[in-house]
Design a protein around this ligand. Structure first.
Ligand code: URA
Length: 214
C-alpha cells in the first residue's frame, strides 16, 4: 500500500519514502545526506499530491501523425514554503514541476502571546486561480501551518493542500479544525508531541539539520 486516505488526511507510505525517512531520522545522518534525502522524498510526495491536477486536450504533431493528447490545464500551480524548513521540501517539488510559481511565508512565535507573527509574505499573482500546495516538513502543533494558510486564503487562494514530511496527531487535528477544507498529505503520522513541542520520535529540528545550524 502506498497511501492511506482518512478524513482529509493522506499518509503516503511508499516503501522508498519509508526507507529514506528512516535514514533521515537517524542522528548520525549528515546535513548533506539529510538535504538530499528530503529532496528525493519530496519528489515522491509531489507525485502523489499532484495526481489529480486537471488536464485538457491539446492537438500536437508527432513525427508521424497529428494527435490529441493531454496537458495540464489552467494557471501554473503554486508551491508555498513556510520558511525556513519548507524550503527543504521545495527543491524536489520544483524538480517535478519546474514551471510552478513559488510563494514564501515567514512566521515567528511571539514570546509573550505564543502566537505566530508574520515577518515575510510574498505570493505570485492570481492565487485564486491556482492549485496551491503549502509545504512545511513538520506538522507539530499546527499553529504555524494554520496561520500561514489563513494568510494565503486572505491573499485569495481557495484551492489549498498542505504537505508535510512528518506529522503529529495534535497538529493534524489543529490544522483540520482551523481549515477543514484543506486536505493534509504526510509521509508519516508519528506518535505525538513532547513537552517542548517536538514530534516524537520525529527527526529533531529540521531547519537545523537541513542547514547545519546546530
Ligand atoms: N519543528 C521541527 O523542526 N521539529 C519538530 O519535531 C517539530 C517542529
Amino acid at each position: 500500500m502506498t497511501r492511506t486516505d482518512q478524513d482529509g488526511l493522506t499518509v503516503i507510505d511508499h516503501p522508498l519514502i519509508r526507507h529514506k525517512l528512516t535514514i533521515m531520522r537517524r542522528t548520525g545522518t549528515s546535513s548533506a545526506q539529510f538535504r538530499q534525502l528530503l529532496r528525493e522524498i519530496s519528489l515522491l510526495l509531489a507525485y502523489e499530491v499532484t495526481r489529480d491536477l486537471p488536464l485538457e486536450d491539446v492537438e500536437i504533431e508527432t513525427p508521424l501523425a497529428i494527435t490529441q493528447k493531454k496537458q495540464l490545464s489552467g494557471k501554473k500551480p503554486c508551491f508555498v514554503s513556510i520558511m525556513r524548513a519548507g524550503d527543504g521540501l521545495l527543491q524536489g517539488l520544483l524538480d517535478l514541476v519546474p514551471s510552478a510559481r513559488v510563494g514564501h511565508v515567514g512566521l515567528y512565535r511571539d514570546h509573550d502571546t505564543l502566537q505566530p507573527v508574520k515577518y515575510y509574505f510574498k505570493m505570485p499573482h492570481g492565487l485564486d486561480e491556482r492549485h496551491v500546495l503549502v509545504v512545511d516538513p513538520m506538522l507539530a502543533t499546527g499553529n504555524s501551518a494554520a496561520a500561514a494558510i489563513s494568510l494565503i486564503k486572505e491573499a485569495g487562494a481557495t484551492n489549498i493542500r498542505f504537505l508535510c514530511l512528518v506529522s503529529a496527531p495534535e497538529g493534524v487535528k489543529a490544522l483540520q479544525d482551523a481549515h477543514p477544507d484543506v486536505p493534509v498529505f504526510t509521509a508519516s503520522l508519528d506518535e505525538g508531541l513532547n513537552e517542548k513541542g517536538y514530534i516524537m520520535p520525529g527527526l529533531g529540528d529540521v531547519g537545523d539539520r537541513l542547514f547545519g545550524t546546530k
